[in-house]
Write a protein that binds this ligand. Structure first.
Ligand SMILES: Nc1ncnc2c1ncn2[C@@H]1O[C@H](COP(=O)(O)OP(=O)(O)OP(=O)(O)O)[C@@H](O)[C@H]1O
Ligand SMILES: [Mg+2]
Length: 1001
C-alpha cells in the first residue's frame, strides 16, 4: 500500500504548459467527496501522506501523477497532445462564432477554417491548417490507441456534441479515464501485452482506492489527526498520552469552532504540545499554512529542528524565519502546506508580505508562544502590530496565544476576541523556597509575610569558605549535583563567571571523575570552536561539570554547553535571566543568587520564569527553587513571591509613539488604509485601544492618528494624493517600511547610501560594511583610540581615503590616540560607526570571533551580536534599496554581503550552516568527515554520524539529518514551483485567436 502511495505522491516536473485555470482547479481535493465542499476532518490522514494525489482538476488526468501509466506507454502523452489540440481548436472555433455556438461543435469544425480566414497572411493560414490536420490525426491516433470497450470508451471517437452532458463539456482525458477503467474491468479483444498492462493498471487502481479508503477509515482518531501523528509523538517525543488538561483544551467547543484562544498554564505545563496539535490539524485537515511565533532565534531553530521530522513524515514544509533566513514573499506552494516558524520581527515582515500579495487568508492559524511578551517594549509592539493586522485583514485566520505569566488576560481576550482556558497543572510539583541567613522557608501565601519555616541549615563551612561563600551557594548546589542538575541564576554576567569559579574551588576531587571522558571531549570541542582559543574560566570549571551561560559566550560555546547540560555531562550552570526565557533547560533545583537582575529588583514574571525551570518532566519527581535573600529585601521578596501575575500593556505608545508611526506608515504602504477614518478603524483593533484609558488618557486615539500622520508627512514618508485626498506612501516611505528600517534612521540611511554611491569603494568590503553597520549599536561603542589607530594604519590608501570621505580622517584618529585635543570634532556617529565597521571588516577577513574580540578588546559575545545585527540590518538595507531606483547598484552588492555576514565562515561551510542549528564548529567537523553539502547531510545515517562526529549525541544527529532533509525538500520544492510557474500560461495572455473581420459575418 505504501508503495502505491509513493507512486502517487511523486509529482514530476511537468514540461507541458497548463492553463492557470487548471492549476486553480488543482486546489480541489479529489477526496473531498464527489466535488462537494471538502470536509475538514475526513481528509486529514491521507492528505498529508500524498499531497499530490488529492489535487486533481476536472481537466486533468486522474492518473496525472501516476507513474505506472505515465511510464507505461505514450498513450497519455499522445492523448494529452490530442486534447490540447482539440481544446485549442475548439476555442478557436468558439472565438470565431459570434452567434451562440451550435450544439454540434464537430459540425462547425467540419467547415474548412480557411474559408473563414481568407484574409489572414499565408503563413498564418498554413498554421491554422496544420492545427486542423493535427487535430484530425490525433483523433485518429486516439481512436486507434484505445481499444473500444463496450459502452463508455466509444465516446472518445464521438463528435464533440455527443460529449456534452448537461451542458458541461467533458475533457478527453476524463473520457479516457473512463475508458481505461472500463478497459481494465471489461474483457476486450486485445493483445496479450495490452491485457497484461490493463490488468496491472486495474490492480494499481484498486490498490490506490484501497489505500484511500483504508486511510479514510483512519481519519481523526488522534484529536482529528491520523493515528500516524500519535505514533510520531511517541517515537519522536516519547509522549504516550496527553495530559488531561491537554485533552480537555483540545476538545473545547471554542477550539472545535476555531475561535481565537488564549491558554495559560504554569511553566512546563506542556503548552507547546497543544499548539502543535492545533497546527497539525490546520496543516493536514484544513490544508492551510500556519505561523508559529517564538521570541528568540535559538527557540525558532530548536522548533524547526524538532518539527522537521513531522514535516517529512506528514508531508508539509517547515520553514525557518529567523535572523537572515526566510523568503519574502514566502514561496507559494501548490501541493504542500507550510509551517513558518518565525521570530517576532520576521513574523511581522512575513504577515506584511502576505498582505501585500493578497495571500493572508492562506494563513489558517497563527500561534504566539509567550504571549505576555506583548508587554515587552518595542518587541511587544511588533507582536501587537502583527496580531492587529491579522485580526483586521483576515477573518479566516485563527489566533492562539499561550503563556505561563499573564495577569490581565481579560484585556488580551478583548484585544484578540479570544476565549480563555486556564489550568494550574504542572507535571512535576514545584516547591518554592527562600533562604534567609541559615533558615529555609517555604513560600506560602497564607504564612507570615508569605513564608513558612521549613528547615535550618547546618553546613560545616571553614572560616575561609564562609568568607568566600556567605550565602551557602556551594552547600545548596552540592545537595543535588552531580546526580541531579542545578541552575544558579546570577544578577550579572561577571557574577556568573565568579560564582562558577568559586563553586569549583571547593568541589571535591570525585566530581572530576563523573563523566570524565565526555567532559574532556567537551573541552576539546570548546577549544575547536574558538579556533584554538578557550575561555580560562570554562577551562577550569568544565572538568567539574560546571559552566557559566550568558550573552558574552559565542553562540557555538552556548550551544555546546546547552547540549552538554541537556545530556547530563554538565550538572551545574550559572546563568543570567536570559536563560530562563530562552532555550528549554530544566533542572532539579534552581537557585536565585539574589532577587535582582543587574540593579533592578526582579519582576514577578521574571521570577516565575526562572523558578519555572525547576523539575524536569519525566526525569524528576519534584522541582525546587531557592531564592537567596538578605534581610533588607525580606518585605519586597514577600510581595514578589505572593503577588499576582503582572499585567501586560500595549507598547505602541512607547518612545513617543514610535511604534504607532511605523504602524501607520506600513498600513498606508500596504493599502490597508488610505484615510484617517480607515486608520481610526484599524487602531480600534489594537490592544492600545483596549487599554487607552490607562495608557493614553490625555488624548484620544483619533488625535494620536492625526498627529502621527502629520509627523509622517513632515518626514516626507507619506503624502496626500488625488482628488479624494488619499494618503499614500512616498518612495522613501515605501523603502522604509519594506526594509523595516527604524523611522528615526531612514533619512540618515538614505543620505549615507546616496553619498556612498558618489565614490563607492569596491576593491574591499570596508565601505559596504560601513554602510550596513547598525546605527542603534553606535551608542554602545566606546572606541579604544590606540586600537583604532593601529587598525586604521593597517588600511590601504584607498580605504583610508574612503574613511576620510565619510568623515573619519586619519589625523583625527591619530590625535585621539596620542591623547591630544581635537579642535574640530568630526561627526562622532560616523567615527564610532567606522570603528564597528573595522571590527566587522576584520571578522569578514579572518572569520575568527576570538582573535577579533581580543584585538578590539571587546567581549566575544558582543562581537558576535554585532555580526548578527549587521547581517540583519544588511538585509533590511537591501530591501530598502530595492525600492529606490537610484540606489540600484546596492541590490547585487548587498545580496552577497548579507550572505557573507550571515555566516561569516569560509565559503565551503555555508551550505552546511544553512541547516537549522548547525554552527561553525559542527559544520567544520562535518566537512572534515566528508559531509560537504546539504545533500550529504540529508542522506546521512544518524547512527553513522554519531559514530564519526565527536560528541554528537544521537538525538541531535537525528534532528540534524531531519532538518537537512527538510531544507533540501524546501529548496527542491521551491525550484519545482518556479518551473511550474515558468510553464504556466499567463492568465493575462492576450487572446491568441484571430479575430475575423466584421465583413465575414
Ligand atoms: N502529555 C505529555 N506527556 C509527557 N510529556 C509531555 C507531555 N506534554 C508535554 N510534555 C513535555 O513537557 C515538557 C514541557 O513542555 P512545554 O515546553 O510545552 O512546557 P510549557 O508549558 O511551554 O512551559 P514554559 O512556560 O516553560 O515554556 C516538554 O519536554 C514536553 O515534551
Ligand atoms: Mg513553552
Amino acid at each position: 500500500m505504501s508503495s502505491v502511495r509513493l507512486h502517487v505522491k511523486i509529482k514530476r516536473v511537468c514540461a507541458r504548459k497548463r492553463p492557470r485555470d487548471a492549476l486553480k482547479a488543482h486546489l480541489t481535493p479529489v477526496r473531498g467527496g464527489g466535488g462537494g465542499s471538502a470536509p475538514c476532518a475526513p481528509c486529514s490522514s491521507i492528505m498529508a501522506e500524498s499531497a499530490a494525489v488529492e489535487f486533481c482538476s476536472d481537466s486533468e488526468d486522474l492518473f496525472g501523477d501516476y507513474d505506472s501509466i505515465l511510464e507505461d506507454s505514450s498513450i497519455l502523452a499522445r492523448l494529452d497532445d490530442a486534447e490540447q489540440r482539440e481544446r485549442l481548436q475548439s476555442e478557436q472555433l468558439q472565438g470565431f462564432r459570434t452567434p451562440p455556438p451550435s450544439t454540434d461543435a464537430m459540425s462547425c469544425s467540419a467547415a474548412p477554417l480557411s474559408d473563414e480566414l481568407e484574409d489572414l497572411p499565408p503563413s498564418q493560414l498554413q498554421f491554422q491548417e496544420q492545427i486542423q490536420d493535427q487535430a484530425k490525426r490525433s483523433r485518429l491516433q486516439v481512436a486507434k490507441a484505445t481499444p473500444t470497450p463496450p459502452g463508455g470508451a466509444a465516446k472518445i471517437g464521438e463528435p464533440e456534441g455527443a460529449k456534452r452532458r448537461g451542458g458541461v463539456r467533458r475533457s478527453i482525458a476524463e473520457q479516457l479515464k473512463e475508458a481505461m477503467l472500463g478497459n481494465a474491468a471489461a474483457p476486450a479483444a486485445a493483445s496479450r501485452s495490452e491485457a497484461l498492462k490493463e490488468a496491472v493498471i486495474s490492480r494499481e487502481i484498486s490498490e490506490a482506492m484501497e489505500a484511500i479508503s483504508a486511510e479514510a477509515a483512519d481519519l481523526g482518531p488522534f484529536f482529528g489527526l491520523p493515528s500516524k501523528v500519535k505514533e510520531l509523538m511517541l517515537r519522536l517525543r516519547g509522549i504516550q498520552r496527553l495530559y488531561d488538561w491537554q485533552e480537555t483544551c483540545l476538545n473545547l467547543d471554542c477550539v472545535h469552532q476555531r475561535k481565537n484562544l488564549i491558554y495559560s498554564l504554569p511553566t512546563s505545563g506542556g503548552k507547546t504540545l497543544v499548539a502543535e496539535i492545533l497546527i497539525l490539524r490546520e496543516l493536514l485537515c484544513r490544508r492551510k499554512d500556519c505561523l508559529f511565533i517564538l521570541p528568540y532565534i535559538s527557540l525558532v531553530q530548536e522548533k524547526v529542528r524538532g518539527l522537521a521530522n513531522f514535516g517529512l513524515e506528514l508531508d508539509f514544509m517547515v520553514e525557518e524565519y529567523a535572523g537572515s533566513k526566510g523568503r519574502f514573499p514566502p514561496v507559494k506552494r501548490r501541493s504542500r502546506r507550510s509551517l513558518y516558524v518565525a521570530t517576532i520581527e520576521k513574523a511581522h515582515s512575513l504577515v506584511n508580505s502576505l498582505i501585500e500579495g493578497g495571500r493572508l487568508e492562506d494563513l489558517g492559524l497563527l500561534v504566539v508562544d509567550e504571549l505576555h511578551m506583548l508587554g515587552d517594549g518595542s518587541r511587544g509592539a511588533v507582536i501587537e502590530m502583527t496580531l492587529a493586522k491579522v485580526l483586521f485583514m483576515s477573518k479566516a485566520t485563527q489566533i492562539v496565544g499561550m503563556s505561563a505569566t499573564l495577569g490581565n488576560i481579560r484585556d488580551l481576550q478583548t484585544f484578540l476576541g479570544a476565549e480563555n482556558y486556564t489550568n494550574d497543572f504542572r507535571p512535576v510539583q514545584l516547591k518554592e523556597y527562600v533562604k534567609l541567613n541559615d533558615t529555609i522557608y517555604e513560600v506560602d501565601p497564607k504564612g507570615e509575610n508569605g513564608f513558612r519555616f521549613s528547615r535550618t541549615l547546618n553546613f560545616k563551612y571553614s572560616s575561609s569558605m564562609q568568607k568566600m561563600d556567605p550565602d551557602h551557594v556551594i552547600a545548596l548546589v552540592t545537595e543535588v549535583i552531580p546526580l541531579h542538575s542545578c541552575l544558579v541564576f546570577c544578577p550579572t554576567k561577571k557574577n556568573c563567571e565568579n560564582v562558577a569559579g568559586m563553586i569549583c574551588k571547593y568541589l571535591k576531587e570525585q566530581f572530576l571523575q563523573h563523566r570524565e571522558e565526555e567532559k574532556a571531549a567537551l573541552l576539546r570541542e570548546l577549544k575547536d570552536s574558538g579556533n584554538g582559543s578557550m575561555c580560562p574560566v570554562l577551562r577550569r570549571t568544565v572538568p567539574y561539570g560546571v559552566a557559566y551561560h550568558h550573552s558574552g559566550l559565542t553562540s557555538e560555546e552556548r550551544k555546546l554547553i546547552e547540549e552538554a547540560y541537556s545530556g547530563g555531562v554538565l550538572c551545574l550552570l550559572t546563568c543570567t535571566s536570559t536563560l530562563a526565557a530562552g532555550i528549554n533547560l530544566p533542572a532539579r533545583r534552581v537557585i536565585l543568587r539574589s532577587p535582582y537582575v543587574g540593579v533592578d529588583f526582579l519582576k514577578r514574571s521574571q521570577y516565575k520564569q526562572m523558578v519555572g525551570r525547576a523539575g524536569r518532566a519525566g526525569i524528576d519527581t519534584i522541582g525546587e527553587s531557592v531564592l537567596i535573600l538578605q534581610e533588607k529585601d525580606r518585605k519586597l521578596v514577600g510581595e514578589l513571591v505572593c503577588a499576582p501575575m503582572e499585567n501586560c500593556y500595549s507598547n505602541l505608545m512607547q518612545d513617543e509613539g514610535r511604534a504607532v508611526l511605523s504602524l501607520i506608515l506600513s498600513l498606508i504602504g500596504l493599502n490597508v488604509a488610505s484615510s484617517l477614518q480607515q486608520l481610526d478603524a484599524f487602531l480600534r483593533r489594537t490592544l492600545l485601544f483596549v487599554q487607552q484609558q490607562q495608557l493614553c488618557a490625555d488624548r484620544s486615539l483619533q488625535e494620536v492618528v492625526r498627529q502621527s500622520v502629520h509627523i509622517l508627512k513632515e518626514k516626507e514618508l507619506i503624502a496626500v494624493t488625488g482628488t479624494d485626498s488619499a494618503l499614500q506612501v512616498t518612495r522613501l516611505g515605501r523603502a522604509a517600511y519594506k526594509g523595516s528600517v527604524d523611522l528615526a534612521y531612514c533619512d540618515v540611511l538614505y543620505r549615507d547610501l546616496s553619498k556612498g554611491l558618489e565614490g563607492l569603494l569596491l576593491n574591499s568590503y570596508l565601505h559596504l560594511v560601513y554602510l550596513v553597520t547598525p546605527y542603534e549599536l553606535v551608542p554602545q561603542c566606546n572606541p579604544d583610540w590606540m586600537v583604532y589607530f593601529r587598525q586604521f594604519s593597517l588600511l590601504s590608501a584607498s580605504e583610508q581615503k574612503m574613511s576620510a570621505a565619510v568623515g573619519v580622517p586619519e589625523s583625527f584618529v591619530a590625535r585621539k590616540a596620542a591623547g591630544q585635543t581635537v579642535k574640530k570634532n568630526p561627526d562622532l556617529v560616523a567615527v564610532k560607526r567606522m570603528y564597528l565597521a573595522l571590527v566587522l571588516f576584520s571578522l569578514l577577513k579572518e572569520t575568527n570571533v576570538w582573535s577579533v574580540a581580543e584585538r578590539f578588546q571587546l567581549s566575544r559575545g558582543f562581537v558576535q551580536t554585532l555580526l548578527s545585527s549587521a547581517s540583519a540590518f544588511c538585509s533590511c538595507v537591501l530591501h530598502f534599496t530595492e525600492e529606490l531606483e537610484e540606489l540600484w547598484p546596492f541590490k547585487a552588492l548587498l545580496t552577497e554581503l548579507t550572505r557573507r555576514l550571515s555566516y561569516c565562515v569560509t565559503a565551503e561551510l555555508i551550505p552546511l550552516m544553512e541547516v537549522a542549528g548547525v554552527l561553525e564548529f559542527r559544520a567544520k567537523q562535518l566537512y572534515a568527515a566528508g559531509y560537504k553539502t546539504l545533500s550529504h547531510l540529508a542522506n546521512a545515517d544518524p547512527a553513522v554520524l554519531c559514530r564519526t562526529i565527536q560528541n554528537l549525541y544521537k538525538k541531535q544527529a537525528l534532528l540534524m539529518v531531519a532538518s537537512a532533509k527538510m531544507l533540501l525538500n524546501e529548496k527542491a520544492a521551491a525550484l519545482q514551483e518556479e518551473v511550474d510557474d515558468l510553464l504556466t500560461l499567463p492568465a493575462d495572455l492576450p487572446p491568441q485567436r484571430l479575430q475575423p473581420k466584421a465583413a465575414d459575418f
